[in-house]
Design a protein around this ligand. Structure first.
Ligand SMILES: CC(C)(COP(=O)(O)OP(=O)(O)OC[C@H]1O[C@@H](n2cnc3c(N)ncnc32)[C@H](O)[C@@H]1OP(=O)(O)O)[C@@H](O)C(=O)NCCC(=O)NCCSC(=O)C[C@H](O)C(=O)O
Ligand SMILES: [Mg+2]
Length: 285
């Protein structure tokens, strides 16, 4: 996993049509925001949402929160106009829904020459083509769309997300192979804290950078689970110290808490410390 200067523990969706939510997000503890013009906006609200969001991004202060605009697909009547409206907006990335192949990104790359592209990974074709999508030179991030994926698979929800495992794993492999940020899908039951925490822990265990969220009440749990814990930071420091000591004695392996520590573990330990520092810097900004 490459070190990221910006944390993506909590990535909050906000429907582009909801003025109050757009305003509120300026003070919320989200690492990143997805301003949504796609599925969270009703058809007859699409034009209004585009105009409201464009005006909001020009005037509102989202601080150092990473700003991502999710446009409608190019196969819809709104997609091209969304891209034209936000190609030069005060945003940090454009998120394209339902990316199924690298050519889908190619179609928008020319319309958005100056902003990084992110891809919603949420179709069966997208899972099978994750590697070629991740290799696209303009892509810097992936977002799992587990609701759409479940719809395509015809799967049933289970707390262990059995049906999602293949897709989540394929996209993670593809993202890591190409140095991309990748965030997990949403947890729909936004009042169920215990269920959210379990799903965040599962995503963290798998290697995701963070989780997409639909409600402010979900922020605290995602931020906590995707931050290095004090125990992880303490262990990383001890591993580095023990390994440096071993090296001074001409050895390439140290033992900490009964487990071997080699150079590769030191890379992970340094990434843990760098992530904690990036989070601290973001909090202070
Ligand atoms: C889920 C909601 C519809 C709930 O809305 P509501 O009943 O209004 O919530 P509350 O009354 O509890 O709200 C309390 C206050 O918080 C603000 N709020 C609510 N949600 C957000 C938000 N997302 N961002 C910022 N602020 C928010 C309210 O304005 C209230 O403020 P105040 O007036 O000060 O009290 C609603 O949360 C919602 O619409 N969530 C977003 C849904 C969404 O974006 N869905 C699309 C993304 S999911 C998806 O498509 C994933 C993917 O594509 C896939 O396929 O899986
Ligand atoms: Mg979706």
């Amino acid at each position: 996993m490459a070190h990221q200067a910006h944390p993506f523990r909590s990535v909050l969706y906000i429907p582009g049509s909801k003025e109050r939510a757009l305003e509120k997000a300026q003070g919320l503890a989200a690492d990143a925001i997805i301003f949504d013009l796609e599925d969270a906006v009703a058809h007859d609200e699409k034009i209004h949402a585009r105009e409201l969001l464009k005006a909001t991004l020009e005037t509102a202060d989202y601080g150092h929160r990473f700003r991502i605009v999710r446009v409608n697909g190019m196969d819809t009547e709104w997609g091209r106009a969304d891209l034209e409206a936000f190609a030069e907006a005060k945003a940090d990335a454009i998120l394209l829904p339902k990316v199924s192949r690298a050519a889908d990104l190619e179609a928008v790359a020319a319309l958005v020459p100056d902003l990084p592209l992110w891809a919603m990974m949420e179709t069966a074709q997208g899972m099978l083509n994750a590697a070629e999508i991740a290799a696209h030179p303009r892509l810097t991030g992936m977002v799992m769309g587990t609701n759409d994926l479940a719809k395509e698979l015809g799967s049933r929800y289970r707390p262990d997300r059995l049906a999602m495992q293949t897709g989540l794993g394929l996209c993670l492999l593809a993202a890591r192979a190409h140095g991309l940020t990748i965030v997990d899908g949403v947890y729909n039951a936004f009042k169920d804290e215990e269920g959210l925490r379990a799903e965040c822990e599962q995503g963290r265990d798998m290697g995701f950078d963070g989780k997409t969220l639909i409600h402010p009440a979900q922020l605290e749990i995602a931020n906590a689970v995707f931050s290095p814990s004090p125990a992880e930071i303490e262990l990383a420091n001890r591993q580095i110290a023990a390994f440096e000591e071993a090296e001074r004695h001409g050895q390439g392996v140290a033992v900490v808490d009964g487990k071997i520590v080699e150079n590769l573990h030191i890379v992970t330990a340094r990434q843990t410390l760098a992530k904690a520092e990036a989070i601290a810097a973001f909090r202070a900004s």
